[in-house]
Design a binder for this molecule. Structure first.
Ligand code: HEC
Ligand code: HEC
Ligand code: HEC
Ligand code: HEC
Ligand code: HEC
Ligand code: HEC
Ligand code: HEC
Length: 397
């Protein structure tokens, strides 16, 4: 009912000309009918008025009902955003909101990029330049100021690179040719682009690709646009926990028995890793010619490892990673996880017994030998296909 009221008030306040005309005709008809009724005799008049008002009410509700949200709209509306979770889960919010997950998408205005010191001027070794556009920066050619386009959104983080996009008309995106690498404070050609191509500012992707791109760097997108609401920028609480509206409603109404919230900690490795893999790529998302990129696609890498396949659904991502923080670089921490399975006395994993100790070094140094960092495009990533690497592979990462 609240839904209907909201839709009806929307119908009334809508600026859409069609709706206005429709409503105007409807009211005129109603007025004419009323005028005729008022001239009728007493009892008959009251009865007829009642009938007219009933029909009017029913038809108004019917009109409102025609605008029922679609399934997709209802789905989008079931997300509430990180700050709504913060009111009750302040601790998790405080830890998460500065992480690379949370900030992997942000607006490129002076406020949104306070941690990234972009400067105007020519971009070395390229045909391009950055211009100040008052609120932020525009990307254009260095020999002319016309045609420059605002850098609207930044994807990525300080770990490897920021790639910039402009969301055009909300139906496609422009991915700019140059990306910024904070470690070297330099710009490099965006992966997948041809650096000798300087006719355009970058690549334009149609809506479905634009949606995929921003869909992994935001919580949820509107049904018919590539541009997320700012409250959904970045990988948020609901990217992992699922839409939270019903959970919030349940708690607020005092229903503590049906929390409407998946217990992620109780999921086995297969399911949990698959959830992370919707962005960190599961096997089905990897193109045949990228099957050796197990460093780039963490979830795919883990799924190929014997550690995962032969440990009875135990090797979850969160055995090695804190789910709410940035990645740790403390190798010892990871070794502890390796050693929780690989000991002189192998653990028992149900039907199989696994986790032999290493014949080369049973105590330390596991990561550089069995999960070495390998290059992929502009960065180096830990290979999540845990295995024995040949000396040659280790020498040419
Ligand atoms: C009105 C308060 C409130 C809001 C808002 C809220 N939660 Fe909760 N949440 C609770 C309470 C109460 C519990 C149950 C007690 C506990 O585990 O802390 C809970 C439990 C949880 C759990 C653990 C579930 C379990 O069964 O182990 C998760 C995960 C969670 N909330 C996530 C979220 C997320 C994500 C959001 C935002 C979309 C959110 N919550 C918003 C109050 C809230
Ligand atoms: C909605 C997509 C999405 C989901 C779901 C997701 N991630 Fe991520 N994750 C990303 C993106 C995008 C980045 C890159 C952030 C950056 O550096 O800009 C990232 C980065 C990371 C990093 C590196 C962080 C750092 O400090 O550099 C780790 C570790 C990670 N994710 C683990 C996980 C785990 C574990 C899960 C599942 C529990 C998960 N992610 C679920 C999209 C996702
Ligand atoms: C299937 C989900 C997915 C899609 C689609 C996707 N990304 Fe990402 N992106 C990720 C994940 C996950 C990471 C983190 C990878 C890691 O650190 O292992 C990431 C990392 C990045 C980074 C950080 C640098 C790097 O190379 O790690 C940038 C920049 C980036 N993505 C930009 C984009 C742009 C631009 C698009 C679209 C044109 C896009 N991404 C599409 C999931 C996705
Ligand atoms: C990258 C995925 C991811 C993101 C993003 C994320 N969580 Fe979690 N969260 C998890 C996983 C996985 C668990 C289960 C961990 C476990 O049981 O060991 C969890 C557990 C929780 C719990 C249960 C208590 C606990 O610590 O075990 C709460 C509450 C919670 N998250 C709230 C939030 C809130 C609020 C946000 C956003 C501010 C958030 N989470 C963001 C993956 C995520
Ligand atoms: C949940 C338990 C578990 C964890 C944690 C684990 N492994 Fe394993 N791993 C196994 C099992 C089971 C096998 C298969 C039986 C065997 O070789 O012991 C295996 C196999 C291996 C192999 C042989 C691979 C092959 O292709 O023959 C290597 C190398 C290895 N693990 C290294 C590691 C390292 C390094 C870590 C930490 C980064 C680690 N494992 C974490 C359970 C685990
Ligand atoms: C056995 C331990 C282990 C497991 C399980 C594991 N990781 Fe990692 N992960 C690591 C190590 C080690 C690093 C490198 C940390 C560093 O930078 O020193 C890493 C780094 C990452 C990074 C940062 C980019 C990179 O590759 O260096 C991402 C993203 C990531 N892991 C995602 C995942 C996801 C998603 C899963 C589950 C599918 C997962 N990891 C499971 C050990 C693990
Ligand atoms: C200096 C590199 C190096 C270090 C450090 C190292 N390993 Fe190994 N590991 C190897 C090599 C090489 C093999 C293959 C040996 C063979 O096949 O004879 C191996 C084999 C293994 C195997 C397979 C055993 C089997 O019989 O199938 C496991 C499991 C393993 N390592 C786990 C670990 C763990 C856990 C650590 C850390 C505590 C570790 N390794 C440290 C290089 C290393």
């Amino acid at each position: 009912m609240i839904q209907e009221c909201r839709l009806f008030s929307y119908l009334l306040s809508a600026s859409s000309p069609e709706r206005f005309v429709m409503l105007y005709r409807f009211l005129t008809l109603l007025r004419n009918a009323l005028c005729r009724l008022i001239s009728l005799p007493g009892a008959f008049r009251a009865y007829a008025l009642f009938v007219v008002f009933s029909i009017a009410t029913v038809s108004l509700l019917f009109v409102a009902g025609c605008h029922k949200p679609t399934l997709a709209e209802t789905y989008v509306a079931s997300f509430v955003g990180n700050t709504a979770c913060a009111s009750c889960h302040q601790k998790e919010f405080d830890v998460h909101h500065t992480t690379r997950h949370a900030t992997t998408l942000r607006a490129v205005n002076k406020k949104g990029l306070d941690t990234l010191p972009l400067t105007t001027g020519r971009i070395a070794d390229s045909a391009y330049a950055l211009y100040d556009n008052g609120d932020g920066f525009s990307f254009g050619w260095k020999n002319k100021t016309e045609g420059a386009m605002p850098l609207q959104l930044a994807l990525g983080s300080d770990r490897i690179a920021y790639t910039f996009v402009n969301t055009m008309d909300n139906h496609s995106i422009m991915e700019f040719r140059e990306s910024y690498h904070p470690a070297s404070k330099a710009w490099h050609t965006t992966p997948g682009h041809d650096s000798s191509e300087t006719e355009t500012l970058g690549k334009v992707y149609e809506q479905s690709i634009g949606r995929r791109c921003l869909g992994c760097h935001a919580v949820v997108l509107p049904v018919d646009s590539v541009t997320p609401d700012p409250k959904f920028y970045g990988v948020g609480c609901e990217s992992c926990h699922g839409p939270g509206k019903k959970h919030v409603e349940a708690v607020q109404s005092g229903n503590m028995t049906e929390l409407n919230m998946v217990k992620l900690g109780t999921l086995g490795a297969e399911k949990l890793n698959h959830l992370c893999g919707k962005c960190h790529r599961n096997a089905e998302d990897v193109a045949p010619d990228q099957m050796d990129m197990t460093q780039r696609f963490a979830a795919f890498g883990v799924s190929r490892s014997r550690c995962f396949r032969e440990s009875n659904d135990r090797l979850t991502c969160i055995k090695c990673h804190n789910r709410h923080t940035n990645v740790s670089e403390d190798k010892k921490r990871y070794e502890q996880t390796c050693l929780s399975c690989h000991t002189a006395k192998p653990a028992s994993f149900g039907p199989s017994e696994g986790g032999k100790a290493c014949p080369v070094n049973p105590k330390t140094g596991c990561i550089p030998c069995h999960m070495p960092k390998r290059a992929a495009g502009p960065g180096k990533f830990a290979d999540h296909y845990i295995r024995v690497f040949s000396t040659k592979e280790l020498a040419t990462p």
